[in-house]
Design a protein around this ligand. Structure first.
Ligand code: HEM
Length: 412
């Protein structure tokens, strides 16, 4: 089967054409396909639901510690010849046993019960972003709604002051913007830009860490700033900073893209919004369907820790695998009519939050944020229609629309 590797992995391709659903559909006829895209690291494409579950469940064979994104040849060269040594690892790049020890530091906060405490913050945030639209008009829903809601929620739990929210938003877009020129810093080499970016994050989060150590409160910021490991040792400064970074960065663009994906799906399928308005008991399944259908985390990389055989293929230690969650979520072996957006879909065993060892730590918070916005939408959106084309962020990792122009009328 001819494989267009660039279509699978090139950020520019995603910017131009969105996710390669048609190619994934063909690739799902086999468990693995070896891909050699020009200018990028070679990898095994894993596109089926069952194989992604299998590989995710074997962290001793397929690890995260060698990195979670596939690199361009140039990035791989810079990694092997670093001008700036990377001293910080976040939990997503850890493997057992360290991973479990560090994940425990915050996992208590992110349980369903822990997240219930945030109900008021999440509901208020969703309401205020919809209020800010005014009764009727035209707006870019990414700018006005979908990036503001998770920004407000995450900033609140991490102790970021409202006046710093926009700066944080710019920093995270630059970190995740891939090759998108609209999102990159200008006039610097990439290494200088990354170092400057890191220092800006450092300054912002370090001020909060110091404040919470001196003045503890009942929030995640304090929990991280004062965390100890199982052996009673305090979490190191770099690890604490890493936690801030991973919570914000893993939580913001993913939630934003899932919300934009929800608006897109409802614009394309107005009958599904009507269904939700008529039957609010569908809210829970609608939230899961939004995550399945939008699949903001397009893929995650794993690396083989040893020579092994998988489905008859000789795998070499160091071989890389792209687990395409967005493809698994459209696998017809698991989902009836997988390309249909169905707010009542049940069961819905999607892999939008990953699976097993690295299953999304923030999944309950993400669900609560999506639910709060869908509730506003179902209760208050009188009508909406596209006011132009949506365009995609040029990134193949965390994927979604960059702009979504919409005409709308809402009630008070
Ligand atoms: C709809 C929104 C979200 C989606 C689709 C999503 C998706 C994912 C996925 C697929 C993974 C697995 C990574 C892997 O396989 O290596 C993951 C991990 C993670 N997510 Fe999320 N996420 C979302 C929201 C959030 C939020 C709101 C937070 C935090 C507040 C968060 C924090 C994390 C963290 C810390 C990890 C790493 C967990 C670990 O390595 O043990 N995510 N997420």
């Amino acid at each position: 089967m001819a494989i267009d590797g660039l279509e699978l992995i090139s950020p520019a391709h995603y910017g131009d054409a969105g996710p390669p659903h048609e190619q994934w559909r063909r690739l799902r006829s086999q468990p693995l396909a070896y891909v050699e895209p020009e200018g990028f690291e070679n990898f095994w494409a894993v596109t089926r639901h069952a194989d992604i579950m299998e590989i995710s469940s074997r962290p001793e064979d397929f690890c995260n510690g060698e990195g979670i994104v596939l690199l361009t040849d140039e990035q791989a060269y810079r990694r092997d010849n670093p001008t700036i040594p990377m001293v910080m690892k976040t939990i997503i790049e850890m493997d057992p046993p360290d991973h479990r020890i560090f994940r425990k530091v915050a996992s208590g906060y992110f349980t369903p019960r822990g997240i219930e405490r945030l109900d008021e913050i999440v509901t208020e945030s969703a309401k205020s972003v919809i209020d800010s639209l005014g009764a009727e008009g035209e707006a870019d829903f990414v700018e006005s709604i979908t990036q503001q809601h998770p920004l407000r929620v995450l900033s609140t739990i991490l102790g970021i002051e409202p006046e710093q929210e926009q700066q944080l938003l710019e920093l995270t877009s630059q970190l995740f913007g891939g090759d998108d020129p609209e999102l990159q810093r200008e006039g610097e080499t990439r290494d200088e830009a990354m170092l400057a970016l890191f220092m800006d994050f450092y300054t912002m989060f370090n001020t909060i860490i110091e404040d919470r150590r001196a003045n503890p409160r009942d929030d995640l910021a304090t929990m991280l700033a004062t965390a100890t490991l199982e052996n009673g040792e305090p979490l190191g400064d770099m690890e604490t900073l890493g936690y801030y970074l991973i919570v914000f960065n893993a939580g913001h663009d993913t939630t934003r893209h899932s919300l934009t994906g929800a608006f897109q799906a409802f614009l394309d399928n107005p009958g599904e919004l009507q269904r939700l308005k008529d039957d609010p008991s569908l809210m829970k399944s609608a939230v899961e369907e939004v995550v399945r259908f939008s699949a903001p985390v397009n893929y995650m990389k794993r690396t083989a820790t040893r020579d092994l055989v998988y489905d008859g293929h000789e795998i070499k230690k160091g071989d890389m695998f792209a687990l395409f969650y967005a493809s698994a979520n459209r696998d017809a072996a698991v989902f009836d009519d997988p390309d249909r957006f169905d707010v009542g879909r049940n069961p819905n065993r999607h892999l939008g939050f990953g699976w097993a060892e690295h299953y999304c730590l923030g999944a309950h918070l993400a669900r609560a944020s999506i639910k709060a916005l869908l509730e506003q939408l179902a209760a208050r959106m009188e009508w909406m229609e596209p006011a132009g084309e949506a365009d995609y962020v040029a990134s193949s990792f965390v994927v979604g629309p960059k702009h979504l122009p919409v005409r709308y009328k809402i009630s008070g």
